[in-house]
Design a binder for this molecule. Sequence first.
Ligand SMILES: Nc1ncnc2c1ncn2[C@@H]1O[C@H](COP(=O)(O)OP(=O)(O)OP(=O)(O)O)[C@@H](O)[C@H]1O
Length: 265
Amino acid sequence: MRTISLPTDEHWTQQICHVRDIPRITVNHLGVKYRTVEALQDVSFTLNSGKVTGIIGPNGAGKSTLLKGMLGLIPVSSGTTIYQNQPLMDQLAKVAYVPQRSQIDWTYPATVWDVVMMGRVKKTGWFRRFSNVSRKISETALERVGMSAFRDRPIGQLSGGQQQRVFLARALAQEAEIFCFDEPFAGIDQKTEAVIFEIFRELANEGKIVLVVNHDLGESIANFDDLILLNQGLIAAGSREKVFTQENLYRAYGGQVIFFQGKAA
Ligand SMILES: Nc1ncnc2c1ncn2[C@@H]1O[C@H](COP(=O)(O)OP(=O)(O)OP(=O)(O)O)[C@@H](O)[C@H]1O
């Protein structure tokens, strides 16, 4: 007779604790209203660490609003965003947020190095000298995005792709747990896009939460593990395979998207 050894209670306790330990963000019934515009209604989903998650949806779907609402950068009309049992907006030191290019003042007189060092301000404290460790972390971040040679250039004199790399370096220098990017691929070349996706993957492999507003529904979608599909409310959230279906895209975009052999065109 064969005997089967069942897992011990201790084994199960370890397994359950392991699952519970995974850092995650839970968005519960989030709503945002701008005066008369109901931009987002009753949006709920969970974001897991170790994943690259894309936020997709048509123009005006509320993608940027969702990011800002989650981080408490704009007032929400309902709901909560919780990270490790606390409101996320109370833990912004753990978040690196890169807004849309159009929201950044590119005439601001700062060099590439100044921008990357801004990522160290929260860890250092305002008006305090940066430590050698902070400098080393910033140098490594600049190297990682391939922008060391541009260190002394004014930020306004770079191309869109180079500027996006520098802001990614600033986010890396922050040593955050959660990385939020609003349309980082808008108007950039394919090489930069590949470099940025590679770093997103490395961050996810390090156990970070990576959340990215993305416009493109083409080949780049394959770089996301999970997707959040919006159109003023939540259409679907979860694994890419589950969310990126003809039916869901039709619900979000109507006839604007043609779905062909598993790809949107
Ligand atoms: N500050 C604001 N005041 C009033 N309405 C706003 C404001 N910001 C956004 N909206 C409106 O809220 C809705 C959602 O905007 P949001 O920018 O979040 O959409 P989006 O999905 O990011 O769009 P896009 O893909 O065009 O960038 C839109 O109808 C927009 O016009």
